[in-house]
Ligand binder design. Structure first.
Ligand SMILES: *Cc1c(COP(=O)(O)O)cnc(C)c1O
Length: 386
């Protein structure tokens, strides 16, 4: 009897990463991490003041080509502040892919606004600009330069494309749409540090972009995030709002608005500086891993490996396979077989509109996201083979 699809997929993964147990994504600390952490501890500046924060921000800006980077406690906080600075107000709506990690939708809620869920495309797993344009033409009208949802009467203020697993979304088409409908574009580039879209780095393509350095991301600071922008005024506002809106003074505690304690601690930034030095190596390793998976999955029918969109370079943060429609009913069997073999795999996220806090939010038709939800599986993606 020929092996079943779950058995074939398990064997294909094992042929690349070896026998289990293998994690989905584990961090690697083989550079200057220990040295910088020791330097940070020896300085006693482990918290909200210190040179590593400034250096990490400068290094991030230099790497991505963004004019400014502001380091913060996590990617969700970066999204929260970016949306506020993009003009999102209580009562607004913000266009968010239904297929994303919950942080994107949560950040909209933190602003007192409502996420409005839209569909994805199969190529990048990102926001589908064509479907979104059709949806906005039908569901919204322009009034006084604003985009108004005809049904809810609320202002649609911004859109937040997300670069799924590091594959850049179709930003050019989404920027054109943003211009046509008077929307601000904030990139959720949490998963896409090092990915490029037509030669430009993810996170630098819209008004503002956000990164995450959580433990499972391409580089980690333990927990952390950053806001990228070319706009000096927005960068200054982001720094101010994320540092309790304190006015500089030698001793006085003056705060000129309700600010947030979102600054990245120096000890996390020390880790970040060391990790960022390794990023080019990590990206090479991830690309090699993708090549090895390509060879392993080439001859397999019923599932295919997700590649990078045309004109883009993906950081290949998480490798993913897409089951054929005809094999979608075997998803849980594939998850069981691989995890039983010690090869960690995970389904893609539950779509946002199915989650309790977002059940009543407005949404477009979501045929592609609903199909992808049933068919995408992430497979081990760490920076090996070494
Ligand atoms: C990781 C991630 C974030 C931010 O996560 P934090 O854990 O807050 O750093 C935001 N959006 C997406 C899509 C993510 O994957």
């Amino acid at each position: 009897m020929s092996p079943s699809l779950p058995q074939q997929i398990t064997a294909a993964i094992a042929s690349v990463v070896g026998a289990g147990p293998v994690c989905l994504h584990e961090p690697q600390f083989r550079g200057n991490e220990w040295a910088y952490l020791k330097e940070c501890l020896d300085s006693t500046f482990v918290s909200s003041v210190g040179k590593f924060v400034d250096r990490f921000e400068a290094d991030l800006a230099a790497y991505t080509g963004a004019k400014h980077a502001v380091a913060v406690v996590n990617g969700t906080a970066a999204l929260h502040i970016s949306l506020m600075l993009a003009g999102v107000q209580p009562g607004d709506e913000v266009l968010v892919p239904a297929l994303t990690f919950v942080a994107t939708a949560n950040a909209v809620r933190y602003c007192g606004a409502t996420p409005h869920f839209v569909d994805s495309e199969t190529k990048s797993l990102g926001m589908d600009a064509v479907a979104l344009r059709a949806h906005l033409e039908e569901a919204t009208e322009r009034r006084g330069g604003l985009c108004i949802n005809r049904t809810s009467g609320r202002v649609v203020r911004a859109l937040v494309p997300m670069h799924t697993f590091g594959h850049p979304a179709d930003v050019e088409s989404l920027l054109a749409l943003a211009r046509d409908f008077g929307l601000a574009l904030v990139e959720d580039a949490a998963e896409a540090l090092g990915s490029t879209y037509h030669g430009r780095y993810a996170g630098t393509l819209g008004l503002m972009g956000t990164l995450s350095f959580n433990g499972n991301k391409t580089i980690t600071t333990g927990g952390g995030g950053a806001i990228l922008t070319d706009d000096p005024v927005l960068a200054k506002r982001a720094k101010h709002l994320t540092t309790t809106a304190k006015l500089p003074h030698r001793w006085a505690f003056e705060h000129d608005e309700v600010g947030y304690n979102y600054r990245m601690p120096n000890i996390n930034a020390a880790l970040g500086c060391a990790q960022l030095e390794r990023l080019p190596e990590f990206l090479d390793a991830k690309r090699r891993l993708h090549g090895a998976y390509q060879a392993a999955f080439e001859s397999l029918s019923g599932a295919s490996l997700l590649g990078e969109p045309a004109g883009c370079r993906s950081n290949f943060w998480l490798q993913a396979i897409l089951l054929d429609e005809s094999a979608a009913d075997q998803r849980d069997a594939v998850l069981a077989a691989t995890n039983d073999a010690g090869l960690m795999t995970r389904p893609i996220w539950t779509l946002m509109h199915r989650l309790t806090p977002f059940r009543d939010c407005p949404r477009a038709e979501l045929p592609v996201a609903e199909s992808l939800e049933r068919r995408v599986i992430n497979i081990p993606s760490s920076t090996y083979p070494a």
